[in-house]
Design a protein around this ligand. Structure first.
Ligand code: MTE
Ligand code: HPA
Ligand code: MOS
Length: 834
């Protein structure tokens, strides 16, 4: 029997020493295997049927909705049935980036036949500011306009088409003002959405002054559109009192409940928010799913009718925030071996017009500006610049990727300065014994794992043999240049806002023995619900299929945290286990009292396994089927329902001192990527990728491998092809799939070896010693960017790595190549004979 880990790792690694890989065969095979997995007919499906001797947790099992996903039977918001008189909403968006709204004439909008309701700021009975953490996000523009796409008003009509037609009839007069789209200029003027934060360890100025060399540089790191396949959507139903039920594609149901209640001016208990699943969230539905629910709820309460809000893709891309673009600078003192002694990092996050989650995002960028390397004595400064774009928000990695990019740029630059291979420099600078303390005062645990992981990947990816082959190839190849890079990832797991690190669960056992679990987390494709079912099945000794999960609902588990920070399985898994263990203890007490006491069986030896309650051992072993146990407990009036709770211990962070232990633990990984670049056109391809990733003891290797593959590809897309373009007036012009290029199936590297690190359980007491997997692999994509720089550096005989802002589109790669060619390559390109 093979597991998914085996499939991923068995992908051929044929081109050991520079021979051209047989791309077509490799990719055909990879695709075939992928197809098998998607159909559920491949090794994964077989593995699901395997015996449960190991218990439900830790086994590769298909996603709980896998078959529904691929047969189209999984219901997304737009698939939910609504009454025939349901209203459809369209939004009137600002065409201007900055100015004052001087007139909003909606008479003709209201008059269009089929239009039922039109609302703007004056029609909101309760709160008008729906900022999630700090104020600053008006539900509709009052007078100040802050970005193109900001919502001015909403129309509800009998059909979506009518609603959209009506939008065009509005009379909008705006006193336009100059827009600022440049975060660096904003920072220079002190235009911030939140105050600057600083983290500092030791005497960074002294470290710089005493260093053998000082390396410095700057970079622009681009933003990213979430491009969830299901756009922002919700369906709001009236209840018989003054409340609403909101079905929404949403990572944070409790926050939406709160905001809807506040906007309507009703108690939280009158609002129920339900999320069955999302067609992707990626952070884009942590705070920015709420406005649409609030607007839908307003219309439902005013009209008494069910209301649908569904943003067309272009509206979605204009109205909602994205990954924060960053401008980073570094100045680092190094010794003559290239080891960092200390220095200064300055990060400017482009937050857009309002705070949203930017404080926590820029903090996380700062927490990750070391990536896996000791910065020595360093000062890290994080600015939160205000610009006239949509309010930038959570996106897989939550600022971490943008922060890491500065130190990865520095690693390559140090390597060129010292004249050593970038991997050598990276390894020298890793956290290591004696250099284990981060610049924010947390000790990095499991450094042996980090070193071992990199060494294993170095071997399995045949780094040094390929390095030699690539150097030889490049010496002979004037136009096409190949590059290779191996980059690590260290990612801190926990919400940095301490109070969010809590979760609840609700467990019901019915009298037929079937089990229902509900918890605070939401399913966005990442497989959280599958993992939670596995946890409950493991605790109760059942098969995963016997545990059913229900939609996330604020009236089942209240006051929940967003499903974010990769913590969904960590937090909710513990809460589900807590509920299971409490119920189990009650069943054991009951069984001991009523069923086994007269047989002299020990309460402490009872266990739930393979669908039975088992007591005693050997000769004296007694077994009761789960269904019988449940029946007996019910007849004896024992409660078969339980709730669970969990709060992460140990973590703290003091923003006044910039010191603490914000993360319960770190997750590690590394990727090696090889690229070839046509230096006359800037076009390039990724030839091979090898990944080794740490998930502790995996809860579900198949799902974790999927997260690693998807995260890597999404990270690669961010750094290579996904380019957001605004025109000078602040209008997003890359507002659809034709102009904004996400990676597609064809962008899978032809050789793509993905493995999970084995034999290293989490050193902290996480759920079954697993580790979070959602975000960390995203940053493995940095290897591709660094490999591009490596290919370009070959044009300078590795004397210099060119600045390469991201996304490193062919255009940017070409410009970098042209600059280098002008400086380093004597014309003609190909030497003449004789
Ligand atoms: N995987 C899929 N398929 N779809 C998603 O939207 N979001 C990512 C990651 N993986 C996402 C995903 C992000 S941003 C986070 S924070 C985690 O999943 C959240 O889920 P978890 O905490 O359960 O891992
Ligand atoms: N990660 C993701 N989402 C968040 C965080 C975080 O650290 N803090 C608040 N929301
Ligand atoms: Mo993920 S960005 O924390 O939703």
């Amino acid at each position: 029997m093979r597991t998914l880990t085996d499939i991923a790792s068995k992908a051929p690694s044929s081109q050991a020493s520079g021979a051209e890989p047989d791309v077509s065969e490799d990719s055909a095979r990879a695709r075939e295997e992928l197809r098998g997995r998607i159909k559920g007919s491949g090794p994964l499906a077989r593995d699901t049927e395997a015996s449960s001797s190991r218990g439900a947790a830790g086994r590769s099992q298909a996603h709980e909705s896998a078959i529904k996903h691929v047969t189209g039977r999984a219901a997304y918001i737009d698939d939910l049935r609504a009454p025939t008189d349901a209203l459809h909403v369209a939004l009137g968006l600002s065409p201007v980036a900055h100015g004052r709204l001087t007139r909003l004439g909606l008479e003709e909008v209201k008059a269009l036949p089929g239009v039922v309701d039109v609302i703007a700021i004056a029609d909101v009975p309760g709160h008008t500011d729906i900022g999630p953490v700090f104020p600053g996000d008006p539900i509709f523009v009052e007078d100040e306009i802050s970005y193109v796409g900001q919502v001015l008003f909403a129309v509800a009509a009998e059909s979506h088409r009518t609603a959209r037609e009506a939008i065009r009839l509005a009379v909008v007069e705006i006193d336009e003002q100059p827009a600022c789209l440049d975060p660096v200029a904003a920072a220079q003027r002190g235009e911030f959405v939140r105050p600057t934060h600083v983290q500092q360890s030791g005497d960074w100025e002294q470290a710089l002054a005493s260093a053998a060399h000082v390396v410095e540089g700057e970079q622009f790191v681009g933003g990213q559109e979430h491009f969830y396949l299901e756009g922002q959507a919700c369906l709001v139903q009236p209840t018989e009192d003054e409340g609403v039920i909101v079905h929404t594609s949403n990572q944070h149901p409790s926050e939406t409940q709160k905001l809807v209640a506040e906007v309507l001016g009703i108690p939280f208990h009158a609002v129920t928010v339900e999320v069955r699943r999302m067609g992707g969230g990626f952070g884009g539905k942590e705070t920015q799913a709420s406005p649409w629910a609030c607007i839908g709820a307003l219309i439902t309460r005013r009209t008494g009718r069910t209301t649908r809000v569904r943003l067309p893709r272009a509206d979605d891309m204009r109205a909602t925030g994205k990954r924060h673009p960053f401008h980073n600078r570094y100045r680092l003192g190094i010794d003559d071996k290239g080891v960092i002694l200390g220095g200064e990092l300055t990060l400017i996050g482009d937050c857009g017009y309002s705070p949203d989650l930017s404080d926590a995002i820029v903090d996380r960028a700062m927490f990750h500006s070391d990536n896996a390397y000791s910065l020595g004595e360093a000062r890290v400064t994080g600015h939160r610049a205000r610009t006239h774009t949509a309010s930038n928000t959570a996106f897989r990695g939550f600022g971490g990727p943008q922060g890491m990019m500065v130190i990865e740029a520095a690693m390559d630059d140090i390597a060129r300065r010292i004249g050593e291979d970038p991997l050598t420099i990276r390894k020298r600078n890793l956290y290591r014994p004696g250099r284990q303390m981060t610049h924010y005062g947390q000790q990095v645990d499991q450094i042996a794992l980090l070193h071992e992981l990199i060494e294993q990947l170095e071997t399995s990816s045949e780094y040094w043999a390929r390095r030699r082959a690539i150097t030889e190839f490049n010496a002979e190849s004037p136009i096409v240049k190949r590059g290779l890079a191996l980059t690590p990832v260290k990612f801190g797991i926990s919400f940095t806002a301490k109070h969010l690190n809590q979760a609840g669960a609700l467990l019901h056992v019915y009298t037929d023995g079937s089990v229902m679990i509900n918890h605070g987390g939401t399913e966005m494709g990442q497989g959280l619900h599958t993992k939670i079912c596995q946890v409950v099945a493991q605790e109760l000794g059942l098969d995963t299929e016997e545990v059913r999960i229900t939609a996330t609902r604020t009236d089942k588990v209240p006051n929940t945290s967003p499903t974010a920070a990769s913590s969904g399985a960590d937090l909710n898994g513990q809460a589900a286990r807590d509920a299971s263990r409490k119920l189990k203890a009650r069943l054991f007490d009951f069984a001991h009292e009523h069923l086994y006491r007269d047989q002299g069986l020990d309460r402490e030896e009872m266990r739930l396994e393979a669908g039975h309650l088992i007591a005693g051992h050997g000769e004296s072993e007694r077994r009761i089927p789960w269904g019988e146990l449940v029946q007996a407990a019910y007849l004896n009036r024992i409660s078969l329902s339980e709730k669970g709770f969990y709060a992460t211990p140990l973590i703290h962070y003091d923003r006044n001192t910039g010191q603490g232990r914000p993360f319960y633990y770190y997750a590690f990984g590394a990727a090696a990527a090889e690229v070839s670049v046509d230096t006359l056109t800037g076009e390039y391809q990724v030839d091979r990728v090898d990944i080794l990733h740490d998930v502790g003891d995996s809860l579900n290797p198949a799902i974790d491998i999927g997260q690693v593959e998807g995260g890597f590809i999404q990270g690669m897309g961010w750094l290579t092809s996904e380019e957001l373009k605004w025109n000078d007036a602040g209008r997003l012009i890359s507002d659809g799939p034709a102009t904004y290029k996400i990676p597609t199936y064809g962008d899978l590297p032809p050789v793509f070896n993905v493995k999970l690190m084995e034999g290293h359980p989490n050193s902290m007491a996480s759920i079954y010693r697993s580790k979070a997997v959602g975000e960390p692999p995203f940053m493995l994509g940095m290897a591709v960017w660094s490999a591009l720089r490596d290919a370009l550096a070959s044009m300078t005989d590795y004397a210099e790595a060119p600045r390469l802002d991201t996304p490193a589109t062919p255009e940017r790669v070409l410009l970098a190549a042209e600059t280098l060619r002008a400086r380093y390559t004597p014309w003609p390109l190909v030497e003449e004979e004789g």
